[in-house]
Design a protein around this ligand. Structure first.
Ligand code: HEM
Length: 420
């Protein structure tokens, strides 16, 4: 280990726990496999790089096992979520992106503002819209026989649903799509701060607009509720708008990318879902498990010992759901897909009080998208020799996914003779 590297390891961190290399950048190796390999399962490890692009030089602990991940995420007395997105720092202000970055006792009250909009019954009302939108998007390229899945489908579906949920003008969609792409670090860390500033001022304006003329949308509800709390109405409303932008868009886009790459690579499983469409919800659950992609961050507020390892107050602990959902202690052959395994304990949506509030909506979008695709597009694959480019970081995802199929006169003709 180089001297400069050694000097960045805190004194209380045993050298045997330090990971050499960059756990969040796998190069040619798919990020899930890369992380698995480098983190070498077993207790806590220490990395010299944080998963956020702006924290690249900051050391952090990595919990590698599902049991430890659950115990950290549930322990909100010792581990807090403050600053976990890094957006406040990027904007250079003391902004809390609630509810994700808020902690007890505020967290529950702030989460309760959003809750009614994300309950199963409330999101179910959007099902028809999700199905229709998926069909419309697919119609644009189905006859062509190929598409770039991320830009032509994956990024469009959740962004449109988000715009409608928040009550933002549909004409702003292209602008939001562009910002979303950059805000997730896909064009490099250097553009992050200026893009988040633009998103911030866009949301500021949208909030001011609603304050003058409230409507029947989520943003107006957030403003009404944060005004009624009278704690920090401007900051709380802005923080919530920003977290919904960050947590609600990129996540569904990313999940769609992994799930469709998987079906393109596993022709037999794709054919099975065409024959047994009722299996789609279980398949989505298994794919959420297999391709869990977010890395959750907490900060220790006092010294804590886990599995004999001392984590000091002020240190970051990261919980990669990619490791937590593939723990051999929970699943047989965790790196393989098995649509019949009934994967319910996975960590794709987190665990504990911050568990994803948007999970019912996300599932509806993922299931709706897959149903619409399998009904309208014949057996699809990736072009021969093509490997989709991916990124690591706080959220492992595909930058692009080229898919192709034989354009068919009708779907019956298309699904006949699929070689399994
Ligand atoms: C496949 C899609 C999704 C995945 C994998 C996902 C994953 C997660 C995870 C792992 C957390 C916990 C974060 C933590 O503990 O630090 C979380 C929280 C959250 N998610 Fe999602 N999410 C998805 C979709 C959505 C959608 C569609 C929305 C809303 C439109 C949303 C809104 C939120 C919010 C507001 C939180 C914070 C909840 C709290 O702190 O109480 N998510 N999500």
């Amino acid at each position: 280990m180089e001297l400069s590297t050694q000097s960045r390891i805190p004194d209380h961190v045993p050298a045997s726990l330090v990971i050499e290399g960059h756990p969040w950048q796998g190069g040619d190796v798919p990020p899930h496999d890369w992380l698995e390999r480098i983190a070498a399962r077993g207790g806590l490890r220490y990395a010299l790089h944080g998963p956020l692009p702006q924290d690249d030089d900051a050391g952090c602990w990595i919990a590698t096992e599902a049991k430890a991940i659950r115990s950290i995420l549930i322990d909100h007395r010792n581990f807090v979520s403050r600053d976990s997105t890094g957006v406040g720092k990027l904007l250079g202000e003391d902004l809390v992106l609630a509810p994700l970055e808020s902690d007890a006792p505020n967290h529950q009250a702030l989460r309760a503002i959003l809750q009614p909009w994300f309950q199963p019954a409330a999101v179910k009302a959007r099902q028809e819209r999700i199905d229709a939108l998926s069909r419309d998007l697919i119609e644009r390229f189905a006859d062509r026989g190929h598409c770039e899945f991320v830009s032509e489908f994956a990024i469009r579906l959740p962004t449109q649903i988000f715009v409608e949920l928040m009550g933002l003008p549909v004409d702003d969609l292209p602008q939001l799509l562009e910002w979303e792409y950059i805000a997730m670090g896909r064009k490099g860390a250097h553009l992050l701060a200026e893009t988040w500033l633009k998103i911030r001022s866009y949301m500021d304006e949208a909030i001011a607009d609603r304050r003058n003329a409230p409507r029947d949308d989520l943003l107006s509800q957030i403003i009404r509720s944060t005004d009624a709390r009278a704690v920090d109405p401007e900051g709380e409303a802005l923080g919530m708008a920003l977290i919904l932008f960050a947590a609600g868009l990129d996540t569904v886009v990313t999940a769609l990318g992994w799930h469709f790459m998987h079906l393109a690579e596993h022709q037999d499983e794709q054919a099975r879902l065409r024959r047994e469409p009722d299996l789609i919800p279980a398949a989505i659950e298994e794919l959420l498990r297999l391709y869990s992609f977010t890395t959750l961050t907490r900060m220790a507020v006092r010294d804590v010992e886990i599995d004999g390892v001392l984590i000091k107050a002020g240190e970051r602990v990261v919980c990669p759901t990619a490791l937590g959902s593939r723990d051999p202690a929970d699943y047989v052959e965790p790196g393989q897909s098995d649509f019949d395994r009934g994967a319910r304990r996975h960590l794709a949506f987190g665990f504990g009080q911050h568990i994803c509030i948007g999970m019912h909506l996300a599932r509806l979008e993922l299931i709706g998208a897959m149903r619409a695709w399998l009904a309208a597009v014949p057996q699809f694959r990736m072009p021969k020799g093509y490997r989709p480019p991916w990124h690591g970081g706080i959220s492992f995802g595909l930058d692009e996914l080229r898919l192709e199929w034989e354009p068919a006169k009708n779907m019956q003709e298309a699904t006949c003779g699929v070689d399994e």
